[in-house]
Design a protein around this ligand. Structure first.
Ligand SMILES: [Zn+2]
Length: 183
């Protein structure tokens, strides 16, 4: 058995345990449609499990978009947010940064290649403004991504200006597990 197979087996074992104790009636109900109460754009970091940190009890509560650095720079991310706003009618969109973000640190350091460099280029302006202060850059990036969403998306801007959508920015602390609103 290759190492990859054994790791995938680990995933399947975890899934068997999940499926075994999942609320089947709830899953069948959710299969017909989702009605999340919030959309969250978060970093992909494995230490930021969005549903867990916000105490979601069931699937279907939070519409989650995850990308390294919680960057709202491309059409896939913006399209996902627009889908949540326009079709799922979420009344809240949250951009969630986190302490010790590797994407922010990487953008500060520079020297990456390929698509990593492209991704990190979206973080460079806030890193410049933060002058080497990672914590400050994390907060600046949250407000910058909210601004980017509003600037780039007519759908989000219209919902926000029409009073149907709240936008919030927050930072999750890896050290304490607490989320603090920053915007
Ligand atoms: Zn991160």
């Amino acid at each position: 058995m290759t190492k990859e197979t054994s790791l995938f087996e680990k995933l399947l074992k975890g899934n068997a345990a999940y499926a075994g104790k999942a609320n089947k009636a709830k899953l069948r109900e959710l299969a017909k449609g989702q009605h999340p109460y919030a959309a969250v754009l978060s970093c992909s970091d494995s230490r930021v499990p969005v549903e867990q940190i916000f105490g979601a009890k069931e699937p279907g509560e939070i519409f989650v978009i995850r990308v390294a650095g919680n960057v709202a720079a491309d059409a896939s991310v913006l399209g996902s947010i627009e889908y949540a706003v326009l079709h799922l009618h979420v009344p809240l969109v949250v951009v969630l940064g986190h302490t010790e973000c590797g994407a922010i640190k990487g953008a500060m350091k520079g020297g990456e290649m390929g698509h990593i460099a492209t991704l990190l280029s979206h973080l460079e302006p806030v890193c410049d403004r933060a002058r080497g202060d990672t914590s400050k850059a994390v907060v600046l990036n949250v407000s910058e991504q909210i601004r980017a969403i509003l600037d780039s998306s007519d759908v989000v801007r219209a919902a926000h200006e029409g009073g149907k959508l709240e936008l919030a920015g927050a930072v999750y602390s890896l050290e304490t597990g607490k989320v603090e609103r920053v915007f």
